[in-house]
Design a protein around this ligand. Sequence first.
Ligand code: HBI
Ligand code: FE
Length: 297
Amino acid sequence: MTNTTPTAVAEEKNRYKSAKRNADYTIDQDWTSYTPEEHDRWDRLFARSRDVLKTRACPEYLEALDTLQLSASGIPNMEALSDRLEPMTGWRVVPVTDLVPDPVFFDHLANKRFPAGAFIRPESQLDYLEEPDIFHDIFGHVPLLADPVYSDFIQAYGKGGQRAMTRDCLPNLARLYWYTVEFGLVLSPDGLKLFGAGIMSSTAESVFALESDSPHRVAFDLERVMRTNYIIDDFQKTYFVIDSFEALREACAADFGPLYDRLSQASDIDPHELVPSDAVIDRGTLAYFAAKDRLAS
Ligand code: HBI
Ligand code: FE
């Protein structure tokens, strides 16, 4: 299903090839070098995503789109955006070319710097790509950094990453990030809403995650999530639902040491599996995935 056109992505990244990369992997965004076509691509991505998210994203996210003035036309300038964000929660957005190494990523988050890919996805991969581009990172991740509770959680994740690295528990911690920051749902007064950046930067998954009968939707449980494998190249088979950002922050405030000890003895759970302890909100039919398996065989 992923339409892999590595050359198109490579072309978009080309302008940063000769750029000087700092020790912390940041680069100069070189904002003036975006072409009119690229600014227009951002505007089209923004307009169609906002229409889909208007009724589906959590209220904190929608409010921040306005307060951060993300609806202004064109690819955001990260310096100007950071100048609006920093007074709210202390975060700045820093440009990088690609995925950065784990220790570098965690150091940025622990210090309230959010690394954002500076290139924009090519026209041939408008709905989803595996690499973090500027639309995913800024449209998907940055708005919620304006929320003080969510902002605390991401900073704590950075600090937790630094600790997890010292005891080989990164794969467990990465699942927490995946199933919340990237693909999380939240129960709001108005029903289920989206907050994961991986969902919000894909219009197709924004509809699927909330409205399809196929995936399971299960109440968030930290240990359960940390045991669950994930898929990176298709919609999720299970989405986890938090009660609120406050509840997420509290669940993750404890020392993960004893939890990691238990996890080292526990078996992994597959993405399509439900387990007896689950508080199941929707039991999925998995029909979408079965149909794809039939097509593939
Ligand atoms: N780098 N730029 C960037 N963005 C990410 O989301 C990211 C990364 N490096 C490592 C990483 N994520 C994850 O592997 C950690 O959350 C575990
Ligand atoms: Fe992301």
